[in-house]
Design a protein around this ligand. Structure first.
Ligand code: DGL
Length: 273
């Protein structure tokens, strides 16, 4: 057993969908979540820049004694996960492989669609990972840059977003997609809208839930799972504005976000966990 917290980060509040899944699956684990709101969103940035931010944040989280780091952001996973595996000794989990594994397992005809930010789709990492898992798979990647802004405005339904989503998804439907990976932290909040457009024959894969299962597997294998009899304690850190990340944080995660703590990535406040 290992009661040290799990470190988790994202460009902002989106990764809290992953935090939600981890808290639900592993209620005994404590989380130190960092949202890099001051520099997010990462989706429109260059991969090298996001790699640099990710290294800085992983090192910062290590300063809190975390036992594992979850890169709860598809764009940062695309830009940094491979390098992070080479550079750090503790387990580092991204949101890509778990979603890919589930998609390949569940896709009846291996016609797999992936939606994400420009960085994620432009990097081609999903396509490569899917083909590595099964060389017979066909992949349709579609960047959906407007989705993040809609979700952060709390606009997850209505005519405007429906029209925009139809524009992104219709070509994927025509192509014969049978499974869709929601390759961005914000998209689980759009699951209702996406299934309305795609219908029951397209399976939606949430990277958040799949990542939580991967976290459980790794901790279990290492004998590091926290005892579930006491609830974990969570701290939500932001490099940005406290009020905004607390408000959005509640929308993405729920009441556990009592109040975000501002950090400068240089000093480590006492988090009391
Ligand atoms: N968290 C990001 C992702 O999953 C979405 C927001 C951003 O562009 O940073 O790709």
């Amino acid at each position: 057993m290992n009661r040290r917290p799990i470190g988790m980060f994202d460009s902002g509040v989106g990764g809290l969908t992953v935090a939600r899944s981890v808290i639900d699956l592993l209620p005994g684990e404590s989380l130190v979540y960092l949202g890099d709101d001051a520099r997010g969103p990462y989706g429109p940035r260059q991969p090298d820049e996001v790699l640099g931010f990710s290294r800085e944040i992983i090192e910062y989280l290590l300063g809190f004694g975390v036992k594992m780091v979850v890169i709860a952001c598809n764009s940062a996973t695309a830009a940094a996960l491979e390098r992070a595996h080479l550079e750090y000794e503790i387990p580092i989990v991204g949101v890509l492989e778990p979603g890919v594994r589930a998609a390949v397992r569940r896709s009846p005809r291996l016609q797999i669609g992936v939606i994400g930010t420009r960085l994620t789709i432009g990097s081609g990492v999903y396509e490569r990972a899917i083909r590595r898992k099964d060389g017979r798979a066909s992949v349709f990647g579609q960047a959906c840059p407007e989705f993040v802004e809609f979700v952060e405005r709390g606009e997850v339904e209505g005519d405007h977003i429906y029209e925009v989503a139809l524009g992104y998804l219709e070509p994927m439907k025509q192509w014969g997609m049978d499974t869709l990976i929601m390759g961005c932290t914000h998209y689980p909040l759009l699951a209702g809208l996406l299934s309305d457009i795609l219908g029951p024959d397209v399976a939606l894969i949430s990277s958040a839930d799949e990542t939580a299962c991967e976290v459980e597997d790794i901790l279990d294998r290492l004998g590091w799972l926290a005892d579930g009899s006491t609830a974990g304690r969570h701290r939500f850190l932001t490099t940005g504005d406290i009020a905004k990340s607390t408000e959005l944080g509640r929308m993405f995660l729920g009441p556990e976000v009592e109040g975000a703590i501002h950090v400068d990535l240089k000093t480590h406040p006492d988090l009391g966990i």
